[in-house]
Design a protein around this ligand. Structure first.
Ligand code: SF4
Ligand code: SF4
Length: 286
């Protein structure tokens, strides 16, 4: 994967800077400290970070994953050498299987502790720096390996799809924003310009079927991280990163046709919140 536009070079630069700072910040994303804190009635630093991710996703959807996540940084670095696409789909559900009992354990912790006693962003982070001991270094290396090694076999950013415990917070925030009709960061698409060359899919770090998804008028897939790599690769200007209400095209099935492979017809263009109850193409592919 080559990053030829200024926007993509800036994005990768931010991601790599974030990865460089990961030894300092890793415990602010800790799935363990939040549980430990909960059983003592303490809101730990990672609880604050996850809350911020959820709130930001109401407007920015999963832009944190695409632009500032340290784990995203080294996974995209890895993708420079291992370009194998991952296979989104059932694997995406694995993270929810991990997430739900984990959230239940946090809730149980606060119940056992009798509620929240105080907020401590530095809970068990000595001096505010995560890796400040050999033991912390071991934890750091295990987490990096956890996100790095499986991708060698499962494809680029596969661990974002499968095990990231932060992604569900952002997906929930994104859905909440959609339900509130909030303006959101998204990739808007003009299917009439698309020539189905597939360059956008090749560029997508999340290996999404972009040339199919764009037929809905916007990329609304919950695994889209708003990185704009597809927009910056498309030579036909069919994709644009925008902030605002997400407009989607309705796609209706063509009348019975002798050719089952006939393309779907794009019918109308409506803002979200005023959608008809008829099935939409985007509903079928997301
Ligand atoms: S790169 Fe552009 S023209 Fe090619 S498939 Fe993607 S959207 Fe269509
Ligand atoms: S669809 Fe586009 S914006 Fe979304 S993850 Fe793929 S390349 Fe990034």
């Amino acid at each position: 994967m080559k990053y030829q536009t200024k926007r993509q070079r800036v994005r990768i630069g931010i991601l790599l800077a974030s990865f460089a700072l990961f030894p300092v910040t890793i415990f602010y994303f800790s799935p363990y400290l939040i549980v430990w804190g909960a059983f003592q009635g303490v809101v730990a630093g990672s609880a604050i970070a996850f809350g911020l991710q959820l709130v930001s996703a109401i407007f920015l959807r999963r832009a944190c994953c695409g632009w500032i996540c340290p784990a995203g940084g080294f996974q995209e670095l890895e993708a420079q050498a291992v370009e194998k696409p991952s296979k989104p789909g059932k694997r995406d559900m694995v993270k929810w299987v991990i997430w739900v009992p984990w959230i239940a354990s946090i809730a149980a912790g606060f119940i056992v502790a009798g509620g929240v006693s105080h907020v401590d962003p530095l809970f068990h982070i000595d001096g505010g720096i995560s890796v400040s001991s050999p033991g912390a270094m071991v934890v750091y290396l295990i987490i990096v390996a956890l996100f790095f090694i499986p991708n060698l076999f499962l494809g680029r950013r596969a661990m974002c799809h499968c095990i990231c415990w932060m992604a569900p917070f952002m997906i929930i925030g994104e859905k909440l924003g959609a339900a509130l009709h909030a303006p959101q960061l998204h990739v808007a698409a003009d299917p009439s310009k698309c020539i189905s060359c597939g360059l956008c899919e090749k560029a997508c770090p999340m290996s999404l079927p972009v040339s199919e998804l764009l037929k809905g008028g916007a990329i609304t897939h919950s695994e889209c991280i708003q990185c704009a790599a597809c927009c910056d690769t498309c030579r036909k200007d069919a994709l644009k990163l925008e902030f605002g209400p997400i407009a989607r095209r309705n796609v209706i099935a063509q009348p019975a046709s002798p050719k089952a492979s006939a393309p779907l017809e794009l019918a109308s263009f409506e803002p979200r919140g005023n959608l008809p109850s008829t099935p939409r193409f985007v509903d079928r592919v997301v």
